[in-house]
Ligand binder design. Structure first.
Ligand SMILES: [Zn+2]
Length: 265
């Protein structure tokens, strides 16, 4: 029973993160992010359920954060992070209503390993500008690779993006994402290698920052393991403009650390 329940929660979480738009409770937008916690679900009558995004306001371990403001500890021994992304032969190009997103296909096997644990990659999406502040600055954009384990535990790998050389993979994503929120484009015959969006020097392992945080969009659920790579990738000026035509300013402001320490290796 307990295992069934855990699998059920995991499945719902995966469903939520893949199909966010259709399953996202009351409407929200990035302009009103300071008030996400107070948004009411008018279909509910129980008070705790009336505020489905309360964690956005009352949570103490929220994301993103400003790394320049954080205490960084490089003494603690961390598990190796190993990225095993593979080519997805049937990715789904999804306009989530809040961002440009790619959902991996059901039998996709790409994953991240942290120590003995593995986390399947279920989707990746983009924010403009960056959400995390890395090395004292906001970047032009940020890529989030979202991994969800069967028990519902979430790991997000973040890569900051700056203007520079164009990215072929990113162009494929832009050109195949539908214009309307909630729409998806599947069975395109196009293959995507998520690893092709990683920094070039990052071959399966490398340096990272690690911190416990939350989803950066409602419901802002906590317990998310964040790994942020310090090295940016690039997209061209024209690609950044094309991204902005989908969504601009779809980034949450840095949140209070509340005593959290960033670990790094
Ligand atoms: Zn994100």
């Amino acid at each position: 029973m307990k295992i069934n329940k855990i699998i059920f929660i995991g499945t719902v979480t995966i469903f939520y993160l893949k199909i966010g738009f259709a399953f996202s409770g009351p409407h929200w937008n990035h302009e009103e992010q300071a008030h996400w916690g107070a948004i009411e679900d008018t279909s509910q009558t129980e008070v705790p359920l009336m505020y489905p995004y309360a964690e956005c306001s009352i949570g103490k371990h929220q994301s993103p954060i400003d790394f320049a403001a954080a205490e960084i500890n490089n003494e603690k021994k961390l598990n190796e992070l190993r990225i095993w992304y593979d080519i997805d032969i049937a990715p789904i190009f999804f306009n989530s209503g809040h961002g440009v997103q790619v959902n991996t296909s059901l039998d996709y096997r790409g994953e991240i390993e942290v120590g003995e644990e593995s986390y399947p990659l279920i989707q990746f999406h983009f924010h403009e500008p960056s959400e995390h502040v890395v090395g004292d600055k906001k970047f032009d954009a940020e890529l989030h690779y979202v991994h969800v384990r069967e028990d519902g535990k979430i790991l997000v790998l973040a890569v900051v993006i700056e203007e520079g050389k164009e990215s072929t993979t990113f162009q494929t994503i832009l050109d195949n994402t539908p214009g309307n929120g909630g729409d998806q484009n599947e069975n395109t015959g196009i293959k995507i290698d998520p690893a092709s969006l990683l920094p070039s020097s990052y071959h399966h392992r490398g340096d990272f920052f690690s911190i416990t945080g939350s989803l950066t969009t409602p419901p802002c659920s906590e317990g998310v393991a964040w790994y942020v790579l310090p090295e940016p990738i690039t997209i061209s000026t024209a690609q950044l403009e094309q991204l902005k035509r989908f969504y601009t300013s779809n980034a949450r402001q840095p949140q209070d650390l509340n005593g959290r320490v960033v670990l790094t290796k």
